[in-house]
Ligand binder design. Structure first.
Ligand code: GLY
Length: 290
């Protein structure tokens, strides 16, 4: 265990296929706030797993993001939410798949880290939510309902966070409402090790088109490359090149045990925040453009 490691946080709020950010100003403000609040938690000694859950929970609570409240709707007009949390130090993965009537599937995924059965479908997640007294509330917003009625295909917008805490521990959390308009019961990448993975050397969270992320096993393969000794930045560049060559639409954020972080995407843009040189906030929508 590294004592007094520099805490590192990276958050993402979706790879955007067409380069536009609906309400970019509001999105940027929310990302700035969530990044700062979570960075303070980490600086105060919070565990990496607690910090990534806090960041993703805050994005789930904001209806402009496609996770938790304001999730996109499947073909039948229902929101089915999926989320995963991985504690890299413990090597534990917990996830819920397509749960309904909830705003914070990530909190359920966190609960599962301590259990024997750690990935639950909607039936199991429903029971867990009741057992944990997680508030049961409909995440469908009027905006998402209107988009569904108009058969608008809003661009993907899964949210996620990766962190290294002051003890050098790594964690990743990812949450999504899915692609929007998909077949009822379709499963996203976010609740799989392709979309969310961490071990003691790296932590990765993905966004983009779930099928293409699963087919490339993005997060798990990146972690394996870092585990085999490839530096994080090299591994991320190699993954981006491979994804581009195969026309896979994906964005990902990653951090390693030395505190190096990276953000890559093959889509037009990806909403994210991280800390750049001299403590400068970096990301898109541009934190410096306002
Ligand atoms: N990455 C989210 C999804 O495709 O469902």
């Amino acid at each position: 265990v590294t004592l007094s490691a520099r805490p590192v946080l990276v958050i993402q709020a979706g790879a955007t296929l067409d380069g536009t950010a609906p309400a970019a100003g509001a999105q940027a403000t929310a990302l700035d706030r969530i990044f700062r609040d979570t960075s303070e938690l980490l600086a105060g000694g919070a565990a990496a797993v607690a910090a990534v859950v806090a960041a993703v929970t805050a994005m789930e609570a904001d209806p402009q993001f496609n996770a938790g409240l304001g999730s996109k709707l499947q073909a039948d007009g229902a929101a089915r939410l999926s989320a995963a949390v991985m504690d890299g130090t413990a090597g534990r993965f917990g996830a819920v798949v397509n749960v309904q009537r909830i705003h914070h599937p990530t909190r359920l995924a966190l609960q599962l880290l301590a259990r024997e059965d750690r990935v639950l479908d909607a039936t199991g997640a429903d029971r867990l939510a009741d057992e944990c007294r997680e508030p049961r509330q409909d995440p469908v917003t009027p905006t998402r309902l209107a988009q569904w009625r108009e058969r608008a295909r809003p661009t993907t917008g899964t949210v996620g966070a990766v962190a290294r805490d002051v003890a050098g521990r790594l964690a990743a959390a990812t949450s999504t409402g899915g692609r929007g308009g998909e077949t009822v019961g379709r499963v996203s990448d976010s609740c799989t090790v392709a979309g969310n993975y961490a071990d003691n050397l790296s932590a990765i969270s993905c966004t983009g088109v779930g099928e293409e992320i699963v087919e490339a096993a993005v997060a798990a393969r990146l972690a394996a490359w870092v585990g085999a000794g490839i530096p994080l930045r090299t591994a991320c560049q190699r993954m981006e090149q491979e994804l581009r060559a195969r026309h896979r639409r994906c964005g990902f954020i990653a951090v390693d045990s030395a505190g190096t972080w990276a953000a890559h995407w093959t889509t037009a843009v990806m909403a994210y925040r991280g800390e750049g040189p001299e403590g400068r906030l970096v990301g898109w929508p541009d934190p410096l453009s306002r």
